[in-house]
Ligand binder design. Structure first.
Ligand SMILES: Nc1ncnc2c1ncn2[C@@H]1O[C@H](COP(=O)(O)OP(=O)(O)OP(=O)(O)O)[C@@H](O)[C@H]1O
Ligand SMILES: [Mg+2]
Length: 346
Protein backbone atom coordinates (compact mmCIF):
# COMPACT_ATOMS: atom_id res chain seq x y z
CA UNK A 1 0.00 0.00 0.00
CA UNK A 2 1.33 3.47 -0.91
CA UNK A 3 2.94 5.52 1.83
CA UNK A 4 2.00 8.94 3.08
CA UNK A 5 2.56 11.75 0.64
CA UNK A 6 2.79 15.45 0.97
CA UNK A 7 0.21 16.99 -1.25
CA UNK A 8 1.13 20.40 -2.36
CA UNK A 9 0.31 21.47 -5.85
CA UNK A 10 -2.25 20.30 -8.30
CA UNK A 11 -0.58 19.14 -11.48
CA UNK A 12 -3.50 17.97 -13.56
CA UNK A 13 -7.04 19.17 -13.04
CA UNK A 14 -9.86 17.62 -15.04
CA UNK A 15 -13.15 19.40 -14.56
CA UNK A 16 -16.59 18.19 -15.56
CA UNK A 17 -15.30 16.41 -18.61
CA UNK A 18 -17.80 14.85 -20.99
CA UNK A 19 -16.58 13.09 -24.13
CA UNK A 20 -18.78 11.60 -26.83
CA UNK A 21 -18.14 9.49 -29.91
CA UNK A 22 -20.11 9.79 -33.08
CA UNK A 23 -21.19 6.27 -34.09
CA UNK A 24 -23.53 4.80 -36.67
CA UNK A 25 -26.06 4.43 -33.83
CA UNK A 26 -25.82 8.06 -32.79
CA UNK A 27 -23.70 9.72 -30.11
CA UNK A 28 -22.14 7.49 -27.48
CA UNK A 29 -21.14 9.12 -24.20
CA UNK A 30 -17.82 7.54 -23.20
CA UNK A 31 -16.91 9.88 -20.34
CA UNK A 32 -19.57 11.67 -18.40
CA UNK A 33 -19.00 14.72 -16.20
CA UNK A 34 -15.71 13.41 -14.82
CA UNK A 35 -13.74 15.57 -12.38
CA UNK A 36 -10.50 14.62 -10.67
CA UNK A 37 -7.02 15.94 -9.99
CA UNK A 38 -3.51 14.57 -9.93
CA UNK A 39 -1.37 16.25 -7.29
CA UNK A 40 2.38 16.67 -7.40
CA UNK A 41 4.10 13.41 -6.41
CA UNK A 42 0.81 11.50 -6.38
CA UNK A 43 0.42 7.94 -7.62
CA UNK A 44 -3.17 7.66 -8.84
CA UNK A 45 -4.71 4.39 -9.98
CA UNK A 46 -7.71 4.47 -12.30
CA UNK A 47 -9.66 1.19 -12.42
CA UNK A 48 -12.80 -0.03 -14.08
CA UNK A 49 -14.04 -2.73 -16.40
CA UNK A 50 -13.39 -2.87 -20.12
CA UNK A 51 -15.21 -0.16 -22.06
CA UNK A 52 -15.91 2.12 -19.08
CA UNK A 53 -13.99 5.02 -20.65
CA UNK A 54 -10.51 4.91 -19.11
CA UNK A 55 -8.52 5.19 -22.34
CA UNK A 56 -10.90 7.81 -23.69
CA UNK A 57 -10.24 9.89 -20.59
CA UNK A 58 -6.47 9.83 -21.04
CA UNK A 59 -6.58 10.24 -24.80
CA UNK A 60 -8.60 13.39 -24.17
CA UNK A 61 -5.99 14.66 -21.73
CA UNK A 62 -3.31 14.04 -24.36
CA UNK A 63 -5.28 15.72 -27.14
CA UNK A 64 -5.26 12.40 -28.98
CA UNK A 65 -8.96 11.58 -29.21
CA UNK A 66 -10.05 9.55 -32.21
CA UNK A 67 -11.45 11.71 -35.02
CA UNK A 68 -15.05 10.84 -34.22
CA UNK A 69 -14.56 11.82 -30.55
CA UNK A 70 -15.56 15.18 -29.17
CA UNK A 71 -15.34 16.98 -25.84
CA UNK A 72 -18.84 18.30 -25.31
CA UNK A 73 -18.23 19.78 -21.90
CA UNK A 74 -15.48 20.50 -19.42
CA UNK A 75 -11.92 21.75 -19.19
CA UNK A 76 -8.51 20.33 -18.44
CA UNK A 77 -5.78 22.30 -16.68
CA UNK A 78 -2.13 21.34 -16.38
CA UNK A 79 0.09 23.20 -13.92
CA UNK A 80 -2.59 25.85 -13.69
CA UNK A 81 -2.85 26.46 -17.43
CA UNK A 82 -5.84 25.43 -19.43
CA UNK A 83 -4.66 22.86 -21.98
CA UNK A 84 -7.92 21.63 -23.43
CA UNK A 85 -11.55 22.63 -23.45
CA UNK A 86 -14.72 21.74 -25.32
CA UNK A 87 -14.35 21.35 -29.10
CA UNK A 88 -11.01 19.65 -28.45
CA UNK A 89 -9.35 23.04 -28.44
CA UNK A 90 -5.70 22.57 -27.52
CA UNK A 91 -4.80 25.76 -25.75
CA UNK A 92 -1.30 25.10 -24.46
CA UNK A 93 0.34 22.34 -26.42
CA UNK A 94 3.93 23.25 -25.81
CA UNK A 95 4.16 22.80 -22.05
CA UNK A 96 2.02 19.73 -22.15
CA UNK A 97 3.98 17.56 -24.51
CA UNK A 98 7.25 17.76 -22.64
CA UNK A 99 5.77 17.61 -19.14
CA UNK A 100 3.23 14.83 -19.59
CA UNK A 101 4.42 11.52 -20.89
CA UNK A 102 1.90 8.95 -22.09
CA UNK A 103 2.30 5.24 -22.62
CA UNK A 104 -0.77 4.36 -24.68
CA UNK A 105 -2.56 1.04 -24.28
CA UNK A 106 -0.81 -1.77 -26.19
CA UNK A 107 2.14 0.56 -26.84
CA UNK A 108 4.56 -2.34 -26.65
CA UNK A 109 3.72 -3.13 -30.25
CA UNK A 110 4.42 0.45 -31.25
CA UNK A 111 8.18 0.21 -30.71
CA UNK A 112 9.84 0.06 -34.10
CA UNK A 113 11.34 -3.45 -34.07
CA UNK A 114 14.11 -2.64 -36.50
CA UNK A 115 15.37 0.68 -35.19
CA UNK A 116 17.88 0.87 -32.35
CA UNK A 117 16.29 2.06 -29.12
CA UNK A 118 18.64 5.02 -28.66
CA UNK A 119 17.77 6.16 -32.21
CA UNK A 120 14.07 5.97 -31.39
CA UNK A 121 14.77 7.99 -28.26
CA UNK A 122 16.55 10.62 -30.33
CA UNK A 123 13.57 10.87 -32.67
CA UNK A 124 11.32 11.53 -29.67
CA UNK A 125 13.78 14.06 -28.21
CA UNK A 126 14.23 15.92 -31.48
CA UNK A 127 10.54 16.73 -31.64
CA UNK A 128 10.62 18.53 -28.30
CA UNK A 129 14.20 19.48 -27.37
CA UNK A 130 17.64 20.42 -28.69
CA UNK A 131 19.37 17.41 -27.13
CA UNK A 132 22.13 15.76 -29.14
CA UNK A 133 22.33 12.00 -29.69
CA UNK A 134 25.13 11.82 -27.10
CA UNK A 135 23.03 13.66 -24.53
CA UNK A 136 20.05 11.43 -25.31
CA UNK A 137 22.22 8.34 -24.84
CA UNK A 138 23.39 9.57 -21.44
CA UNK A 139 19.85 10.21 -20.23
CA UNK A 140 18.61 6.94 -21.64
CA UNK A 141 21.36 5.03 -19.86
CA UNK A 142 20.27 6.54 -16.55
CA UNK A 143 16.71 5.41 -17.22
CA UNK A 144 17.80 1.91 -18.28
CA UNK A 145 19.64 1.67 -15.00
CA UNK A 146 16.49 2.55 -13.08
CA UNK A 147 14.30 0.06 -14.98
CA UNK A 148 16.88 -2.67 -14.54
CA UNK A 149 18.22 -3.16 -18.06
CA UNK A 150 22.00 -3.08 -18.61
CA UNK A 151 23.04 0.37 -19.88
CA UNK A 152 24.98 -0.98 -22.83
CA UNK A 153 21.75 -2.31 -24.31
CA UNK A 154 20.41 1.12 -25.30
CA UNK A 155 21.73 0.40 -28.79
CA UNK A 156 19.83 -2.91 -29.07
CA UNK A 157 16.82 -3.41 -31.31
CA UNK A 158 13.45 -3.99 -29.59
CA UNK A 159 13.16 -7.43 -31.17
CA UNK A 160 16.16 -8.47 -29.07
CA UNK A 161 14.13 -7.88 -25.89
CA UNK A 162 11.59 -9.99 -24.03
CA UNK A 163 8.05 -8.66 -23.51
CA UNK A 164 8.84 -7.44 -20.02
CA UNK A 165 12.02 -5.74 -21.20
CA UNK A 166 10.10 -4.02 -23.99
CA UNK A 167 7.61 -2.79 -21.42
CA UNK A 168 10.44 -1.44 -19.26
CA UNK A 169 12.07 0.09 -22.33
CA UNK A 170 8.84 1.93 -22.98
CA UNK A 171 8.89 3.25 -19.45
CA UNK A 172 12.51 4.36 -19.94
CA UNK A 173 11.59 6.04 -23.24
CA UNK A 174 8.66 7.79 -21.63
CA UNK A 175 10.78 9.14 -18.78
CA UNK A 176 14.14 10.20 -20.17
CA UNK A 177 12.81 13.66 -21.00
CA UNK A 178 11.94 14.06 -17.31
CA UNK A 179 8.21 14.73 -17.46
CA UNK A 180 6.36 15.71 -14.30
CA UNK A 181 3.46 13.37 -15.05
CA UNK A 182 3.50 9.85 -16.47
CA UNK A 183 0.24 8.42 -17.75
CA UNK A 184 0.48 4.65 -18.28
CA UNK A 185 -2.51 2.88 -19.84
CA UNK A 186 -2.52 -0.80 -18.82
CA UNK A 187 1.29 -1.02 -18.69
CA UNK A 188 1.28 -4.65 -17.59
CA UNK A 189 -1.41 -6.19 -19.78
CA UNK A 190 -0.12 -9.20 -21.66
CA UNK A 191 2.71 -9.89 -19.24
CA UNK A 192 2.89 -12.89 -16.93
CA UNK A 193 2.33 -12.30 -13.22
CA UNK A 194 6.03 -12.19 -12.31
CA UNK A 195 6.81 -9.73 -15.09
CA UNK A 196 3.78 -7.63 -14.11
CA UNK A 197 5.11 -7.44 -10.58
CA UNK A 198 8.53 -6.40 -11.81
CA UNK A 199 7.23 -3.65 -14.07
CA UNK A 200 5.12 -2.35 -11.22
CA UNK A 201 8.04 -2.43 -8.81
CA UNK A 202 10.15 -0.46 -11.25
CA UNK A 203 7.37 2.09 -11.66
CA UNK A 204 7.19 2.50 -7.89
CA UNK A 205 10.94 2.89 -7.66
CA UNK A 206 11.01 5.47 -10.44
CA UNK A 207 8.21 7.42 -8.89
CA UNK A 208 10.16 7.61 -5.66
CA UNK A 209 13.43 8.46 -7.29
CA UNK A 210 12.19 11.12 -9.71
CA UNK A 211 9.34 12.50 -7.58
CA UNK A 212 7.13 11.89 -10.53
CA UNK A 213 3.34 11.94 -10.54
CA UNK A 214 1.82 8.83 -12.06
CA UNK A 215 -1.63 8.08 -13.40
CA UNK A 216 -1.84 4.35 -13.99
CA UNK A 217 -4.78 2.65 -15.65
CA UNK A 218 -5.54 -0.97 -14.90
CA UNK A 219 -8.31 -3.55 -14.73
CA UNK A 220 -6.79 -4.87 -11.56
CA UNK A 221 -7.87 -3.17 -8.35
CA UNK A 222 -5.30 -5.20 -6.38
CA UNK A 223 -2.51 -3.47 -8.32
CA UNK A 224 -3.96 -0.13 -7.30
CA UNK A 225 -4.27 -1.10 -3.64
CA UNK A 226 -0.71 -2.34 -3.71
CA UNK A 227 1.07 0.54 -5.35
CA UNK A 228 -1.02 3.70 -5.50
CA UNK A 229 -1.75 6.31 -2.90
CA UNK A 230 -4.96 7.48 -4.51
CA UNK A 231 -7.66 5.57 -6.36
CA UNK A 232 -10.40 6.45 -8.83
CA UNK A 233 -12.97 3.83 -9.79
CA UNK A 234 -14.79 4.32 -13.06
CA UNK A 235 -18.02 2.65 -14.15
CA UNK A 236 -19.90 3.35 -17.35
CA UNK A 237 -18.13 6.62 -18.14
CA UNK A 238 -18.50 8.01 -14.64
CA UNK A 239 -16.21 8.21 -11.64
CA UNK A 240 -18.11 6.32 -8.97
CA UNK A 241 -15.59 6.32 -6.13
CA UNK A 242 -12.35 8.19 -5.51
CA UNK A 243 -10.16 8.95 -2.60
CA UNK A 244 -7.11 8.25 -0.49
CA UNK A 245 -6.13 4.61 -0.91
CA UNK A 246 -6.31 3.72 2.76
CA UNK A 247 -9.71 5.32 3.23
CA UNK A 248 -11.10 3.57 0.18
CA UNK A 249 -9.51 0.23 1.09
CA UNK A 250 -10.91 0.32 4.61
CA UNK A 251 -14.26 1.82 3.74
CA UNK A 252 -14.98 0.83 0.18
CA UNK A 253 -18.44 2.30 -0.29
CA UNK A 254 -19.63 2.07 -3.88
CA UNK A 255 -21.28 -1.30 -4.56
CA UNK A 256 -19.27 -1.70 -7.77
CA UNK A 257 -15.95 -1.11 -5.97
CA UNK A 258 -17.03 -3.42 -3.14
CA UNK A 259 -17.67 -6.19 -5.65
CA UNK A 260 -14.40 -5.47 -7.47
CA UNK A 261 -12.60 -5.82 -4.17
CA UNK A 262 -14.48 -8.99 -3.25
CA UNK A 263 -13.50 -10.52 -6.56
CA UNK A 264 -9.86 -10.48 -5.36
CA UNK A 265 -8.30 -13.44 -3.61
CA UNK A 266 -7.97 -12.67 0.11
CA UNK A 267 -4.57 -13.86 1.33
CA UNK A 268 -5.91 -14.29 4.84
CA UNK A 269 -8.75 -16.55 3.64
CA UNK A 270 -7.39 -18.34 0.58
CA UNK A 271 -10.19 -20.94 0.66
CA UNK A 272 -12.92 -18.36 0.37
CA UNK A 273 -14.87 -18.47 -2.87
CA UNK A 274 -14.28 -15.46 -5.12
CA UNK A 275 -17.24 -13.30 -6.00
CA UNK A 276 -18.11 -12.61 -9.59
CA UNK A 277 -19.85 -9.42 -10.63
CA UNK A 278 -22.87 -10.71 -12.43
CA UNK A 279 -24.57 -9.10 -15.40
CA UNK A 280 -23.11 -7.29 -18.37
CA UNK A 281 -21.68 -3.80 -18.40
CA UNK A 282 -24.27 -1.30 -19.62
CA UNK A 283 -24.44 -1.05 -23.38
CA UNK A 284 -25.59 2.51 -23.60
CA UNK A 285 -22.96 4.03 -21.39
CA UNK A 286 -22.86 7.55 -20.08
CA UNK A 287 -24.97 9.67 -17.82
CA UNK A 288 -28.51 8.46 -17.52
CA UNK A 289 -31.27 9.55 -15.21
CA UNK A 290 -30.67 6.53 -13.00
CA UNK A 291 -27.69 4.73 -11.51
CA UNK A 292 -25.87 2.83 -14.25
CA UNK A 293 -24.95 0.03 -11.84
CA UNK A 294 -28.47 -0.44 -10.45
CA UNK A 295 -29.41 -3.46 -12.54
CA UNK A 296 -26.34 -5.39 -11.36
CA UNK A 297 -26.32 -4.13 -7.79
CA UNK A 298 -27.17 -6.48 -4.91
CA UNK A 299 -28.12 -3.48 -2.76
CA UNK A 300 -30.42 -1.82 -5.27
CA UNK A 301 -33.54 -0.11 -3.92
CA UNK A 302 -36.34 1.54 -5.81
CA UNK A 303 -34.86 5.06 -5.75
CA UNK A 304 -31.72 3.80 -7.51
CA UNK A 305 -33.57 3.68 -10.80
CA UNK A 306 -35.05 7.13 -10.27
CA UNK A 307 -31.96 9.32 -9.74
CA UNK A 308 -28.45 9.56 -11.15
CA UNK A 309 -26.13 9.87 -8.15
CA UNK A 310 -23.20 12.29 -8.22
CA UNK A 311 -19.92 12.08 -6.31
CA UNK A 312 -20.36 13.10 -2.69
CA UNK A 313 -18.19 12.84 0.39
CA UNK A 314 -18.65 9.72 2.46
CA UNK A 315 -19.76 10.99 5.84
CA UNK A 316 -19.32 7.94 8.04
CA UNK A 317 -16.31 7.70 10.37
CA UNK A 318 -14.66 10.89 9.19
CA UNK A 319 -11.80 11.46 11.58
CA UNK A 320 -10.87 14.92 12.70
CA UNK A 321 -7.64 15.17 10.79
CA UNK A 322 -9.16 13.82 7.60
CA UNK A 323 -9.70 16.24 4.84
CA UNK A 324 -13.37 16.29 3.99
CA UNK A 325 -12.85 15.74 0.31
CA UNK A 326 -10.65 12.69 0.51
CA UNK A 327 -13.28 10.03 -0.14
CA UNK A 328 -16.14 10.59 -2.54
CA UNK A 329 -18.73 8.16 -3.78
CA UNK A 330 -21.56 8.34 -6.29
CA UNK A 331 -24.24 6.16 -4.71
CA UNK A 332 -27.38 7.19 -2.87
CA UNK A 333 -26.76 4.33 -0.41
CA UNK A 334 -23.07 5.08 0.13
CA UNK A 335 -23.45 5.51 3.88
CA UNK A 336 -25.47 2.34 4.43
CA UNK A 337 -24.28 -0.48 2.14
CA UNK A 338 -21.17 -1.18 4.18
CA UNK A 339 -23.10 -1.61 7.40
CA UNK A 340 -25.50 -3.91 5.57
CA UNK A 341 -22.62 -6.13 4.49
CA UNK A 342 -21.25 -6.29 8.00
CA UNK A 343 -24.71 -6.89 9.34
CA UNK A 344 -24.94 -9.76 6.88
CA UNK A 345 -28.09 -8.51 5.14
CA UNK A 346 -27.68 -9.23 1.52
N1 LIG B 1 -13.29 5.69 -31.81
C1 LIG B 1 -14.38 5.24 -31.18
N2 LIG B 1 -15.59 5.32 -31.78
C2 LIG B 1 -16.70 4.90 -31.15
N3 LIG B 1 -16.73 4.40 -29.92
C3 LIG B 1 -15.55 4.31 -29.27
C4 LIG B 1 -14.32 4.71 -29.86
N4 LIG B 1 -13.32 4.49 -28.97
C5 LIG B 1 -13.91 3.97 -27.88
N5 LIG B 1 -15.25 3.86 -28.06
C6 LIG B 1 -16.24 3.37 -27.06
O1 LIG B 1 -16.16 4.20 -25.93
C7 LIG B 1 -16.28 3.44 -24.73
C8 LIG B 1 -15.06 3.64 -23.86
O2 LIG B 1 -13.91 3.07 -24.53
P1 LIG B 1 -12.46 3.12 -23.87
O3 LIG B 1 -11.51 2.62 -24.87
O4 LIG B 1 -12.24 4.48 -23.33
O5 LIG B 1 -12.64 2.07 -22.67
P2 LIG B 1 -11.57 1.50 -21.66
O6 LIG B 1 -12.12 1.72 -20.28
O7 LIG B 1 -10.23 2.03 -21.94
O8 LIG B 1 -11.62 -0.08 -21.96
P3 LIG B 1 -10.44 -1.18 -21.91
O9 LIG B 1 -10.25 -1.49 -20.46
O10 LIG B 1 -11.02 -2.33 -22.65
O11 LIG B 1 -9.23 -0.61 -22.55
C9 LIG B 1 -16.52 2.00 -25.19
O12 LIG B 1 -17.90 1.79 -25.22
C10 LIG B 1 -15.94 1.97 -26.58
O13 LIG B 1 -16.61 1.01 -27.37
MG1 LIG C 1 -8.44 1.18 -22.53
Amino acid sequence: MGGAINMSDTLLDVRNLTVKYKTSNGMLTAVSNASFTVEEGQFLGLVGESGCGKSTLVKTIMGALDNNGKITDGKIYFQGNKIIDANNELTNEKGKWTDISWIPQAAMNSLDPIERINKQAYTIAKAHTDLSQTQVDEKLKEMFDIVGIPKNRITDYPHQFSGGMKQRTLIALSLFLEPSLLIADEPTTGLDVIMQDQVINYLEEIQDELNLSVLIITHDISVVFEMCDWIAVMHSGQLVEEGHIERVYDQTSHPYSILLQESLPDLRHPDQELKVIEGDPPQNIGRMNYCSFANRCPWEIEECTAVSPSLETVSSNVEEDDEQHDHNVACIRKDTVRSEIHGGER
